[in-house]
Design a protein around this ligand. Structure first.
Ligand SMILES: Cc1cc2nc3c(=O)[nH]c(=O)nc-3n(C[C@H](O)[C@H](O)[C@H](O)COP(=O)(O)OP(=O)(O)OC[C@H]3O[C@@H](n4cnc5c(N)ncnc54)[C@H](O)[C@@H]3O)c2cc1C
Length: 260
């Protein structure tokens, strides 16, 4: 137990390594109780950094259930009142590209394909994919929330809603709305070997690691040598990162600014 859990604080965010407990579906359905998990971890790890990191995640879970208990309306509207009526876009083609894992951003596509294939997505990848949908594509978090709830084996009203509203910036104790994840640097940082992308986006599996999170920046000759024709085997990005980020920030600043 100590060996597996002792590294939790260091590798829990790594997409390319099995560094988390994978207990979410058992906790969701009660096949193991949260008290049993808590006690086992305390006994195994003592006063270890990983113990505290793991407890914090269990506390996020408790906090999600407590928010839903106090504010059941969060399932219908944003926790933060100033986000009500936020001008999200209707863009079915982009939404479908996100759902099926064809946005052209490898780490986002890996997350989305892992969801459809396994019914599970690593927490970091959930955050990256949710940020991309709500900020780069400016599509309503409720569409992503419903899609995740449909496919996740740990799908839970409280935790899923907390995760989506946290990512969109509209939740209780959410990440600030102006923080927009860059899907390329997130991929490079949390999937440094590129193996998470290789596993779920096989079109790119032969690409060398420095090119795997932003294939459109690689030379055509390098892509060709590794069997990738952008726009045919794998899409070009459906939205440019800088453009998507600025569009979101301008709309959010003007909408939220007027409502404060
Ligand atoms: C957009 C989005 C949607 C999410 N939807 C769900 C969902 O429907 N069901 C669900 O159980 N979790 C959800 N989460 C939280 C988290 O992603 C998963 O609990 C975690 O990935 C499960 O893997 P694990 O059991 O290996 O986690 P570990 O890292 O081993 O964590 C241990 C336990 O703590 C709880 N936990 C961990 N992280 C969180 C978190 N950020 N918020 C709340 N509880 C947490 C889970 O019960 C988890 O099993 C969501 C997060 C985001 C960003």
């Amino acid at each position: 137990m100590h060996d597996a859990a002792g590294d939790y604080a260091h590798i829990r965010d790594r997409l390319d390594r099995p560094g988390t407990s994978r207990l979410s579906q058992d906790l969701k359905f009660g096949t193991v109780s949260v008290r049993t998990v808590w006690r086992t971890v305390v006994r195994a790890l003592g006063d270890d950094r990983s113990r505290h990191a793991f407890e914090n995640q269990l506390l996020w879970r408790e906090s999600a259930h407590s928010i839903l208990w106090e504010r059941p309306d969060v399932l219908r509207r944003p926790f933060r009142a100033d986000f009500a009526g936020f001008p999200y876009r209707e863009d079915e083609a982009s939404y479908e590209a996100w759902v099926s894992g064809h946005t052209g951003y490898p780490v986002v596509d890996a997350a989305q394909r892992q969801l459809l294939s396994e019914g599970f997505v690593h927490n970091r990848a959930r955050m990256i994919a949710a940020s991309f949908l709500t900020k780069h594509l400016l599509i309503h978090y409720q569409k992503g929330e419903a899609h995740y709830l449909k496919y996740l084996v740990d799908g839970d009203w409280a935790q899923n809603n907390l995760g989506w509203q946290w990512s969109a910036g509209s939740g209780c104790d959410a990440q600030p709305y102006f923080r927009v994840f860059n899907p390329v640097t997130q991929g490079e940082r949390f999937d440094p070997s590129g193996d998470y992308v290789r596993r779920w986006v096989p079109e790119l599996e032969r690409l060398p690691t420095p090119a795997i999170h932003a294939p459109w920046k690689a030379k055509e000759s390098l892509l060709e040598a590794h069997g990738v024709r952008l726009g045919r085997d794998y899409p070009k990005p459906i939205v440019e990162h800088g453009f998507g980020r600025e569009r979101f920030l301008q709309i959010a600043q003007s909408y939220l600014g007027k409502r404060r």
